[in-house]
Design a protein around this ligand. Structure first.
Ligand SMILES: *Cc1c(COP(=O)(O)O)cnc(C)c1O
Length: 360
């Protein structure tokens, strides 16, 4: 068996240790005589899995008691609708557009009310984060929406926006559990899990309790009502059981690694290795303003499309896969999430050094 270093933006690498546990427990989970894929979501054994997963998630992120943690089907995109449907009481929300995902969330939000774009970095292809210290936020905005780490462009917020007392909603899909966060600063913090946390098919929504209401938009599908999911402990209908189980194993792995502070340190080290190389290379260049660089998604280019193509092809042969940039930007992108070992980044950089020598 030989495993590759997978730099995909998502679905992405999972810790090898977690995959081994999945394999070991595949046919007989803890003496139950069944796989987690086969068991009833109403069984005692699954109840333990979901309760433990939630408890470990809360421990990792330090989720306060007045927040609910919801496991919801669909990915992050499903939340682009759920958020306005549940939160737009005044039918007004302000969005900060820092990339494709924020833009898509905004476009979805517009279906349900007056969703305004109050700042954008599209003028320079989303290579920076706009000044968010004093934005024209509407008096009666139900929330201010951000995408905190921009997966496609490789930028991240250094500081959260000044929401002037309004609820902050943040999509943290591509930085989920990669560093400690102060949950109390958010009304909702959510993400699809397939970037940094587990297999595809689910979003985790961390929501302040007072934002969970009965009187949501009347068209809201039952399964998108936060109240329904919260009141039923994410077991209103059949949840993505296996995804929850794998996420739970990842939470245990993160706790064993020392928690989010320790993981952040490792992530910083990995990012420093790659950015350090990009800053001294004559062939490869990072594409975003330095102060907004993401620790998770690192886009880079050479000055020729042909060379980019050659690099991606040769990298793949060497077992560094999915380095192609997003189809909307081209070039390359290395996603170096929690599960990417430092060795993977070191070996990629030494391959890049080699490639540069041979091709210049
Ligand atoms: C990938 C991604 C999404 C979309 O996620 P899906 O789970 O595919 O719907 C949304 N936001 C961000 C920041 C992402 O990286």
């Amino acid at each position: 068996m030989s495993r590759v270093f997978n730099f995909s933006a998502g679905p992405a690498m999972l810790p090898e240790e977690v995959l081994r546990t999945c394999a070991e427990e595949m046919l007989d989970y803890h003496g139950s005589g069944q796989s987690v894929m086969e068991m009833s979501h109403r069984s005692k054994v699954f109840d333990e899995i979901i309760k433990t997963a939630e408890a470990d998630f809360r421990k990792l992120l330090g989720v306060p008691d007045n927040y609910k943690v919801l496991f919801m089907q669909g990915g992050a995109w499903t939340q682009f609708s759920a958020i306005p449907m549940n939160l737009m009481v005044n039918k007004k929300a302000d969005y900060i557009i820092t990339g494709q995902w924020a833009k898509k969330a905004w476009q979805e939000g517009k279906k349900y009310g007056d969703a305004r774009a109050i700042a954008s970095s599209e003028d320079r292809t989303f290579s920076y984060i706009p000044d968010v210290s004093d934005l024209p936020i509407s008096e009666d905005a139900d929330y201010v929406y951000i995408c905190q780490n921009n997966t496609i462009y490789g930028t991240r917020y250094k500081e959260l926006p000044n929401t002037k007392g309004h609820v902050l909603v943040s999509d943290v899909s591509s930085m989920f559990l990669s560093e400690p966060m102060d949950v109390t600063k958010y009304g909702i913090l959510y993400g699809g899990v397939q970037k940094n946390v587990g297999p595809a098919g689910m979003a985790i929504v961390c929501i302040r309790e007072d934002l969970i209401r009965e009187d949501v938009m009347s068209e809201t599908p039952t399964l998108l009502k936060y109240k329904v999911i919260a009141d039923n402990d994410s077991l209103f209908n059949t949840p993505p059981c296996y995804t929850i189980y794998v996420c739970g194993l990842v939470f245990k792995w993160l706790l064993k690694e020392g928690g989010l502070g320790a993981i952040q340190k490792k992530n910083q080290e990995k990012a420093d290795i790659l950015y350090g190389f990009l800053d001294k290379s004559d062939m490869f260049k990072g594409t975003v303003e330095k102060e907004y660089r993401s620790l998770m998604n690192v886009p880079f280019i050479t000055d020729s499309d042909e060379l980019n193509k050659k690099f991606i092809a040769e990298a793949e042969e060497k077992g560094f896969i999915n380095l192609k940039g997003h189809r909307s930007v081209g070039g390359m992108r290395a996603s170096i999430y929690n599960a990417m070992p430092k060795e993977g980044v070191e070996r990629l950089v030494s391959f890049m050094e080699d490639f540069e020598k041979k091709n210049s």
